[in-house]
Design a protein around this ligand. Sequence first.
Ligand SMILES: Nc1ncnc2c1ncn2[C@@H]1O[C@H](COP(=O)(O)OP(=O)(O)OP(=O)(O)O)[C@@H](O)[C@H]1O
Length: 342
Amino acid sequence: MINFKNVSKVYEHEGEKLVAVNEVNLQVERGEIFGVIGFSGAGKSTLVRLVNQLEKPTEGEVLVDGQDVSSLSAKELRGMRRKISMIFQHFNLLESKTVYHNVAFPLILSGEPRDKVKKRVEKILDFVGLKDRANYYTDQLSGGQKQRVGIARALATSPDILLCDEATSALDPETTQSILELLRKIRDEYNVTILMITHEMNVVKDVCDRVAVMEDGEVIEQGSIFDLFTNPKHKTTHKFIQSVMKGDIPQSILIGIGENNHPRHIYRVTFLKEHAGEPVFSRIAKRFNVEVNILYGQILEIQETPFGNLIVELQGEDSEILKAVHYIEEVVSVERVMASAS
Ligand SMILES: Nc1ncnc2c1ncn2[C@@H]1O[C@H](COP(=O)(O)OP(=O)(O)OP(=O)(O)O)[C@@H](O)[C@H]1O
């Protein structure tokens, strides 16, 4: 659906060249929710603005439905922009207009008859849950409601592609979730392809099918959300994952592991995709003479599969513990936690 082929964008500023996007290759499939994550200045906004030609590539091609968007005539570009909508972090609404007029605006601009506009706006406002707010002005709305208006306006022209530029970054966590649910509904019911940029891994985890990680204008890693979480290759990807999944073991657990010449058997147990959800601890407690004490951990649901790790203490004879560890090693990753230096 969207294909970046060796795309670069270089800005010139006071005689200096700045490579905002550097030889990016990406393929976004139809009906997919694709995330682009990166820290500030990574090049995300520039990348997404290349799709609707708010920016033109310095090199390479951006293909939408197989067509190079930079080769379109002005008329073709106008047509294409009806099919590619965008929503923004700060909503970009017309403040002097009502909710109704904000949503109607792109339809009025393209000369749609009044009764058709009315029907369409009412349908879309109902879809985004703002049917009863049609006559409100935008300053009478909450942030979440404003973004719903932004989404309704974006959907008015029945687009194939929705570009989301940090669409939830100005919202609280609960409102973010409700907007993400709405985006999923848009994809599921209208088969809209969604390309979203964000610096929040939580957003990516909760809504995207695949993600690309950007740094210094380059895509440094890409893949399914599950693969990225379970097997990140790049240290920046690690950092993003750690923002939602704490990997560090608390000091209170580390201190005292090796005290009294009687080291405790503490392990980090990581669940892997194909065995997620297996009752490994109750099995070893039944099969071996060991007790399992869960000290700490976090399990997340990623693409409907539980993933995470638990810090557990095994108690019993050393030989029984070793046998138990060997047994569970076949289905989970097990790593002994050593004493803290402090
Ligand atoms: N119009 C412009 N002229 C010159 N440089 C620009 C322009 N737009 C962006 N840049 C530069 O390109 C680089 C990438 O910017 P971009 O806005 O794409 O990053 P980003 O990942 O979206 O960052 P943020 O999350 O902070 O918005 C930055 O160094 C920025 O200063």
